[in-house]
Design a protein around this ligand. Structure first.
Ligand code: BGC
Length: 414
């Protein structure tokens, strides 16, 4: 086993290209409404045709692991019919990672779905559990002997909020009760995946990549503090608590009251931490939405506030679960390479300190390549490698990529 996993993270839809799924469908229908723009997917970052070159770059940049996802819409275009060709290409990709001695971390669900899914078995209905499990079984049957590290869901709470609470992602609901039902069904599916995987490969590890945000009250007001704490519970704590308490519970005055049993029995081997920023919360007088969130010092092209110390707090919090920890995403959208290097340096310093104290097993920078950012399209550049979209998707290694490679070396020999 590797002493520490150093890598980058991607998701299939954001980089592969050549995909038709619920997001491309929404794009065609002009349904993405954040800032009125309709993000264009194009051919993603053309990774589906350039994967070999991209994996060679991983190796060149000293990375010993790689987090990616399988595109459900590619594997199961029609419900119940699986594409052999797609599975075969994923097999080739995984085999090549092994050839390069790069540990693959496979995510089964990273935001996107086949086009049929929301119509036939959407997440707020119980039929969704089986739909997803059928797909997961195909992938587990194929790869259980090749993949040691699995992630069932990427950011289930953040996804459900965007898709069911704020109507920003497909299927586009505005209903908090349905959102909680969707989260619950995703976790029911997680349980099935966990049990199945353990039979197929008892040594494999299954986790969830969870979004964490540092929330801070904007003012020293009781109401600001109260809503900050409620939001913090929803985003950061609710899911983790459900694994320990076998209940999915949340309430927010005037908005939502939910309490439902779920037999999770702490079936998770590691928690993935996806961490990006800190944000301030302010109470506002509105029964419909009493929350106003804003950054005090926006510093990235996403308008996010950089706060490396937050990672320390989160690791400490997650460590209390006793589970292994992987930093499954951490990164910055910018064209300023000096800023990206500073970002990486500060976060890695914390990771390195914390790994001496807690069971932190790896770090994955988001992302390997410039890619399609949800709701924003190609305008945000998180990658260590630039993708020249106007020049046949040519890969250009940024100086921050070499900087990260240098730090990997440094921290590996300490
Ligand atoms: C998601 C990624 C996304 C990144 C930056 C995470 O929430 O998992 O898919 O690109 O944040 O927004």
């Amino acid at each position: 086993m590797k002493d520490f996993f150093w890598g980058t993270a991607t998701s299939s839809f954001q980089i592969e290209g050549d995909i038709t799924n619920d997001f491309t469908e929404w794009e065609e229908l002009g349904k993405f409404k954040e800032d009125g723009s309709n993000p264009l997917y194009g051919n993603g970052s053309a990774h589906w045709s350039n994967w070999k070159e991209d994996f060679d770059l991983l190796k060149k940049l000293n990375q010993n692991s790689y987090r990616f996802s399988i595109e459900w819409a590619r594997v199961e275009v029609v419900k119940g019919t699986y594409s052999r060709a797609a599975v075969n290409q994923y097999r080739e990709m995984i085999d090549y990672l092994h050839e390069l001695d790069i540990e693959p971390f496979l995510t089964l669900h990273h935001f996107s779905h086949p086009k049929w899914f929301h119509e036939l078995t959407p997440w707020h209905k119980r039929e969704s559990i089986n739909s997803f499990f059928e797909f997961a079984k195909i992938i587990i049957d194929e790869f259980s002997d090749k993949i040691n590290y699995w992630i069932s869901f990427n950011e289930p709470v953040a996804w459900a909020l965007a898709a069911y609470g704020e109507a920003k992602f497909p299927p586009g609901f505005n209903d908090l009760k349905l959102m909680m039902d969707a989260i619950k069904n995703m976790m029911e599916a997680h349980i099935l995946v966990y049990d199945y995987l353990k039979v197929k490969n008892p040594n494999s590890k299954l986790g969830i990549a969870k979004h964490f945000i540092i929330f801070k009250e904007a003012r020293n007001w009781l109401l600001d503090k109260k809503i900050t704490s409620r939001i913090d519970i929803f985003f950061n704590k609710m899911l983790i608590n459900s694994f320990e308490q076998n209940r999915l519970i949340y309430w927010f005055p005037t908005l939502l009251k939910y309490d439902s049993p779920i037999q999770l029995d702490n079936k998770i081997d590691f928690w993935g931490i996806n961490y990006y920023y800190k944000i301030y919360a302010k109470f506002k007088f509105s029964l419909k939405n009493p929350i106003f969130l804003f950054p005090k010092e926006p510093a990235t092209d996403m308008g996010w506030e950089i706060y490396p110390k937050g990672l320390k707090k989160i690791i400490k919090f997650v460590a209390a679960t006793g589970k292994d920890i992987l930093i499954t995403e951490n990164g910055i959208a910018t064209n300023d390479e000096a800023l990206r290097k500073k970002f990486i340096k500060k976060h890695l310093k914390i990771v390195n300190k914390m790994r001496a104290k807690y069971k932190v097993r790896g770090y994955f920078y988001w992302s390997l390549l410039d890619n399609y950012e949800w709701l924003k399209g190609k305008s945000k550049h998180f990658g260590l490698i630039k993708v020249d979209y106007d020049n046949n998707f040519k890969r250009i290694i940024k100086s921050s990529a070499f900087y990260y490679a240098k730090l990997i070396k440094k921290y590996s020999t300490l």
